[in-house]
Design a protein around this ligand. Sequence first.
Ligand SMILES: [Ca+2]
Length: 231
Amino acid sequence: MEFSRYNSSHSSAPSAPELPPDSYDHQQHQYQGYYGNPSPSPARPSSSYGQSGGFPAGTQADVVRAFQMVDRDRSGFIDERELQQALSSGYQRFNLRTIKLLMFLFKNPYDSLRIGPGEFAALWSCLGHWRAIFERFDRDRSGRIDSMELRDALYSLGYAVPPSVFQVIVSKYDNGSGKAELDFDSFVECGMIVKGLTDKFKEKDKGYTGSTTLSYDSFMCMVIPFLVSYD
Ligand SMILES: [Ca+2]
């Protein structure tokens, strides 16, 4: 694999950021390093990567059911279409672009484009965290995250996205009326990209200063998988 260095740090499942407390004070950022939330460590189910496959102990029955319902050939793995079907049964319908991103992030890096029970359980748990974040920041209860809600969410989670980048993000989810409205699946997509790239950068920025020196090679290995793996 070309991305062996990249993948070597990818031994456990990606996760959602920790939800800040309700009384979260933006000023706290000053004392927590550049990213506000230097070491998010949400609960992760024990990974079953590389094992014979089976759900981690304690996996909820509805998660097992959702997986088995779409794994029709009982191969123990599901592809992106099956994943889309499984997640759409638990949440709203997920667009295929988000599914491809999730598949890229959660699949065993040494395996093909499919995920097994362990990865599925990790993904499901991660989406539960994102759902809580989505509901917290959907302040007007519209069922969508608008640009102000998105800005608050990203900043409160500790992602100091520069205004120019934020504008690019907002324009990507513009519904044609000049306003961004993110459904849950788009919110997950946006959040996973911002978090994923920030995490990759933080691996290089050990002191959480907000800057580091990157080789061209490292930079490309960091960014390109996010651009080409799922579109
Ligand atoms: Ca809203």
